[in-house]
Design a protein around this ligand. Structure first.
Ligand code: AP5
Length: 213
């Protein structure tokens, strides 16, 4: 199975795609996670990407397509995978289609998580991430036992640079202008499944599972 998770920043792509990946036994390919890892390791791609990510802008298509092409070609993706955060532009969508043609594979479903803008802002401004292990917390929904400290490893909790309100607005604008044209792109290919993405995490997972069955 090859499934793509699509939606605005903060719509829950990461949360839901990881859960579905576990349920279906598929590797979870998150371009955001790959870029953050590359940034942490100060690789050339990571340093280049950080200039855009920290401002809430999209990383150039040529960087992204190279990254995903290499990952999809790895052995663990042979039987399927879940894409989270790619494609994000029409150029990326077209390139992905070409990659599938050359692999003689098909994209099975695009799960489009639909959520109002203001809910997104509330979710993202309150998010805190462990600087050591990456575990996520939230100032309202998932408080750490001790303020500012990770429950799992004791690391320091930080706010992602692109989770400041001004950067969130920039990300949402980038989504509207550069990413949302992909909704029509996948609708025309009859792959798009809209999922109402407000409410409890578990309820949303169940809706997605049903849509995939
Ligand atoms: P990326 O990491 O993909 O950021 P994003 O799409 O902005 O996604 P988020 O992780 O913020 O949101 P999400 O939809 O995954 O929601 P999540 O589950 O995390 O990309 C970061 C940057 O990398 C981009 O801005 C860009 O610069 C670059 N990049 C990446 N891919 C690229 C590409 N293809 N092309 C160009 N540039 C690219 O949830 C968010 C929060 O809400 C969490 O705190 C979570 O716990 C909480 N939450 C989730 N579900 C619920 C719920 N049901 N109720 C309450 N809270 C919830």
């Amino acid at each position: 199975m090859r499934i793509l998770f699509f939606g605005a920043p903060g719509s829950g792509k990461g949360t839901q795609s990881k859960r579905i990946g576990k349920l279906f036994g598929l590797p979870h390919l998150s371009t955001g996670d790959m870029l953050r890892e590359a940034k942490k390791n100060a690789t050339p791609v990571g340093l280049e990407a950080a200039k855009y990510m920290d401002q809430g802008q999209l990383v150039p298509d040529e960087v992204m397509t190279g990254l995903i092409q290499e990952r999809i070609g790895q052995k663990d993706c042979a039987e399927g995978f879940i894409l989270d955060g790619f494609p994000r532009t029409l150029v990326q969508g077209q390139t992905l289609e070409e990659m599938f043609h050359s692999l003689k594979a098909d994209l099975d479903r695009v799960i489009y998580l639909v959520i109002p803008v203001e809910s997104v802002v509330l979710r993202l401004v309150g998010r805190r991430v462990c600087s050591q292990c990456g575990e996520e917390f939230h100032l309202d929904y998932k408080k750490p036992k001790q303020a500012g400290i990770c429950d799992r490893c004791g690391g320091r909790l930080i706010q992602r640079p692109d989770d400041q309100e001004e950067k969130i607005r920039t990300r949402l604008r980038a989504y509207e202008i550069q990413t949302s044209p992909l909704i029509d792109f996948y609708e025309q290919r009859k792959l798009l499944k809209r999922i109402e993405a407000t409410g409890e995490i578990e309820e949303i997972t169940q809706k997605i599972q049903k849509a995939l069955e």
